[in-house]
Design a protein around this ligand. Sequence first.
Ligand code: ATP
Ligand code: MG
Length: 426
Amino acid sequence: MAKDKIKSIKGFKDILSDEVRYYRYLESLLLQKTLQHHIEEMRFPILEKSELFNRTIGESSDIITKEMYDFIDKNGDSICLRPEGTASLVRTAIEHNLIYDRGIKKQKYWYYGPMFRHEKPQRGRYRQFNQFGIEFFGYSDTNSDLEVISFGDKLFKELSLKNITLYVNSLGSHDDRVKYKKVIVDYLSKSIDVLTDEQKNTLSKNPLRLLDNKSDNIQKLLNGIPKLYDNLSESSKKRYDRLLDKLTKLGITFINDNSIVRGLDYYNDTVFEWRHDNLGSHGAICAGGRYDNLVNSIGGYDVPAIGFAIGVERVVDLLKNIPNKIITSYTIPIINLCSEDSINSIEISDKLRSKYPTIGFINTDSSSSFSSQVKHSLKINDEFIIIINDKNVEENKVTVRHKSTKMSDMNLSINELYDLIGKSYE
Ligand code: ATP
Ligand code: MG
C-alpha cells in the first residue's frame, strides 16, 4: 500500500528554485547597499530565551499575546523561535561587548534570516518568513534617521517597486507617550459603551494601538481627538520637524501620518513604514523606527538606536510583477559520450568553469540516451552545446553545436572552444 505523502506545516512556505531567483536578486542588491553604507553583517541563533522578547516587545503586542512560537525545552527552559531580529541583535551586540565595553558605541549592523510568528496564514503572511534589517547603535542625530529612511527609499526605487508609500510619524519621548496614552483613555472613556470587548481591552493595555485600528467605530470616534503631534514635548516636535524638512530636501516623498504607532513597545520619536497601496492588511513591506531605550532594557545602559526590518516575502511578491527582475545566469550544457570509466568530461568541464567562472556548465546524465541528453540540453541552451567523446579527447578536441553553424557539429580544440565562449558571451 502506498504511504501517505508527508506535507509541509501550515503557514510554512517552500520556496522553489524559480522563486529563489527573485530572493537572490533582492539579496544581491541588499548586500551591495550594505557595503556602500559600511553596515556590517551579524548572524545570531534562531532560538532565543522567550524572556528576551517578553521583556522588550511589550506584553500587549500581537507578537507576545498571540504569535510567539514558544515552548519548554527538554531542560525546562522557556525558549522560542525568534519572532523578529532587533531584540536578538541587541542581545548579541551587548553579549559580545560591541556596543559598550570596547568604547566604540557607534555601530551599524544588518541581519537577514527567517522569523517565526503563529499568525493566520494567507498571501503575504506566513508563519516562517524572512526579514532583512539594519540597525544603527549609538546614533541619535536626525541624519541617522535620514540615512536609514533613505536606504529604504533608494532600495525600493532601484527595485522599481510601484505604488509604494512611505508613512512617517513621531511618538515623542517615553513621557510623551505616557501622556498621550492618557489623552486617548480619557477621550475614548466617554464612549466606552460603543467599544467592543477587544477594543476595551486594547484601551486598557495599549491605547496607542487604537490609533491604527481600522474599525469604523474607532475611526469615527477618533475624528476629534487632540493630535499626537500637539502633545509632543518641544524637543521631540523640533526633532520631528527637522527630520521632515530633511526628508523633503533629500527628495524623499512621504506622508506625515499621526496614526502610525507600530506594534512593538520599544519605539520612541521617529516611526515609519512603507506600504503597498493595494495589498490591504499585508501591505506593509518595511517598518521601523527609533528605539533609544531598548538597549537599556536588555543590557542596562543607554545607547540610542534606530533601524528597520523589511518583509522579504512581500517585496519578492511585488518583484514578480516587474519584468527582468531576476538573476539570469548563462549555462552551457556538456554531454558526455565517453566510456563509463573515463573522467574526461568532468575534467574538461572543470577547466571551462575555472576559465569562465561566471558561466554555468551543466553535465547531463550520461546514462540516458544521446538524443534525450540533446533534448534536455536544448531546453537549457538552444544555441550552444558541448559534446565530449573519447575519440575527440584523444585528439585534444571537443565537439560543439553552435548557433553560428546552425547547430551542426564542429570539432574544436580547447583553445578554440575558449575563444568561441569568450567571443559569444564575455
Ligand atoms: P503586519 O502589520 O503586517 O502584521 P508587523 O507590524 O507585525 O506587520 P513588523 O514586526 O514591523 O511587522 O515586521 C516588519 C515587516 O516584516 C513587516 O512590514 C512585513 O513586511 C514583514 N512581516 C511581518 N509579519 C509577517 C508575516 N507573518 N509574514 C510575512 N511577512 C511579515
Ligand atoms: Mg504583525
